[in-house]
Design a protein around this ligand. Sequence first.
Ligand code: MN
Length: 248
Amino acid sequence: MRILVSNDDGVHAPGLRALVDALAPVGRVVVVAPDRERSAVGHALTLHRPLRLERIRPDWYAVDGTPTDCVHLGLHGILDRPPDLVVAGINHGPNLSTDITYSGTVAVALEGALLGLPSVAVSLAADRGGRFEVAGQAARRVVEAVAGRGLPHGTFLNVNVPPAGRWEDLAGIRITRQGRREFGSGVVEKVDPRGRTYYWIGSRELGRVEDDLDADVAAVGAGWVSVTPIRTDLTDHGFLEELGRWAL
Ligand code: MN
């Protein structure tokens, strides 16, 4: 069993180390991760400049590119054959609801799934507090299940672990769907020292979250490890037929 691991918090992030330690008993782990933090770069692929790869130690590589670049270089530049699994994380911070479209962590698993590999994204759903080791325990459980059972083609898993000091403090593992959440603009407008206006996108959270425990946001809020199956096919199949009746 060979596992390709990447993240978007960078190759030196403590969550990455925790994930590698958690998955070491499952198989041989090869890390290909961005050389610095690349959070919220989404599924970006670097096409207009060359990429550099640095071998930090055996089975650990840093790339001056995006998380998606790392999956590509892992598959096509470093490994002599495709890995059995792709795992992302452990991200420092949640990847829930529609936020996953911005996530470099989720993009790693998305890219793995697009390349036909069973893939899992793991996040510690806390901006502070919580222990990566506990999230690592959740990662190992889910990854072992995926290794044994596989996943449908074009589907990957998005795992979010609430902050907890011990595994026993969690409510358990809950299978969820993407939840809905309302956001504020979060944009701060100020004037720079040369008199020009600038804008800074900050926290967009309003805190309004649906309370259905089958939704990822609510489940994590209630102390459950949330596991959401995500499809790479973004087509709205339910709307296809009606759209076909439009006289376009
Ligand atoms: Mn991140």
